[in-house]
Design a protein around this ligand. Structure first.
Ligand SMILES: [Zn+2]
Length: 381
């Protein structure tokens, strides 16, 4: 994920923090210190509370990761974002009950911590403040307040993630249950529909006076459900296909000293919109359609292609999995990637190539031979 830096490594998993994290700490210092009228002590309190909340999120993600590793599922990394964390798993387990255990392991960590804190409070006679008191009162800079924040936040994180809608853990738990009866794509579709229904209820309740944050959550859940369904459907259609089956071999190339106008002419007179740039038989860059538009807009049609093109690109091979290639395009926000075979440029894989093979194979699933070893679906928790 762009814009994050590594904090530490646990069980071989890199734990990264998004660059906005320091901003949140500064916000906390101002909110709890200056705005609440607590000065320096309040600021320190705010930073401690927010840091502890992030520690809780990390433990939640480590819960997922621990369960995943137990089933032999590699965890690529854990990224801590401003609004929570994501553990990126290399693939999801084929057995529904493994997905169930991995999904529930996160909230389970929160409930376990909450229970320990509760017992601790009982033992030492500590008062746990309610969420309302905490949110409306930034002035209590005490150990008790820190303790209450931790307790309430653990309960909240555990319960919130059990809502049976993607992208929350509850959505995956629901799918795992459904997948014991239905195939994976169908189970995802049904849980996505349930998730959207829940989102609509949230939204409605928000509009009827439940508050703006509910509307925001509803929106986020509605989008999340759709994305999960789309990802799973696309992946099931493209599963086992290779870049070699989809990429365009007849590709017009440009030279670095060509001007953008040449690309414009080619685009208007052909189906091509992305251009590999070759110096002799050496691939030196790629002029994608968005790059072409940007160059036209910013410096006009006489701009040299070498100035407008992208360099330092990921390279595909005809034997690459199409699913991985699609992910690579998406991750790099690109519309095309060059395909090389034995160090030689052989063509271009574009998002429209993927769209074409997708609709063809959707219409006739047995149209093309599929590779036996099926890439599994990567997932985020
Ligand atoms: Zn989770």
């Amino acid at each position: 994920m762009g814009g994050s830096f590594k904090l530490l490594t646990v069980w071989g998993i890199d734990i990264k923090v998004h660059v906005t994290f320091p901003l949140i700490l500064i916000w906390a210092a101002i909110q709890f210190g200056y705005l609440a009228g607590n000065g320096m002590a309040g600021g320190v309190f705010g930073v401690i509370v927010i840091t502890l909340l992030f520690v809780i999120v990390t433990l939640h993600e480590l819960g997922h990761s621990y369960a995943a590793l137990r089933y032999g599922v590699p965890v690529e990394q854990i990224v801590l974002l401003p609004l929570g964390g994501v553990a990126q798993l290399k693939n999801i387990p084929e057995k529904p009950w493994q997905e169930f255990v991995i999904a529930i392991a996160g909230p389970a960590v929160n409930f376990a911590i909450a229970l320990v804190l509760y017992l601790f409070a009982r033992l030492f006679n500590l008062q746990i403040s309610s969420l309302d008191t905490l949110l409306n009162n930034f002035t209590s800079v005490t150990f008790n307040a820190v303790f209450s924040y931790l307790f309430v936040y653990n309960l909240f994180l555990g319960l919130f993630n059990l809502i049976p809608a993607f992208p929350m853990d509850g959505g995956r738990i629901l799918r795992a249950f459904l997948a014991t009866r239905l195939d994976y794509v169908r189970a995802t579709a049904v849980s996505a529909t349930i998730g959207r229904a829940i989102a609509l209820l949230f939204g409605l309740y928000g509009f009827l006076g439940g508050g703006f944050s509910l509307i925001l959550i509803a929106f986020f859940v509605y989008i999340g459900a759709g994305q999960e369904r789309e990802t799973v459907t696309t992946r099931s259609v493209l599963r086992g296909l290779t870049v070699g089956q989809a990429f365009s071999r007849q590709t017009q190339t440009l030279r670095p000293d060509d001007v953008v106008q040449t690309a414009v002419n080619l685009t208007l007179s052909s189906h091509q919109a992305n251009y590999p740039v070759c110096d002799g038989d050496q691939l030196v860059g790629l002029l994608t359609y968005p790059q072409l538009l940007q160059a036209l807009h910013e410096s006009g049609p006489e701009t040299a292609v070498s100035v407008a093109m992208l360099t330092d690109l990921p390279i595909l091979s005809p034997t690459s999995d199409l699913i991985d290639a699609q992910q690579l395009l998406r991750d790099n926000q690109l519309t095309a990637l060059p395909v090389m075979e034995n160090g030689r440029f052989v063509g271009l894989l574009t998002t429209s190539d993927i769209g074409e093979i997708y609709s063809l194979v959707s219409a006739a699933p047995d149209l093309l031979p599929r590779r036996q070893h099926e890439p599994l679906l990567p997932t985020k928790h």
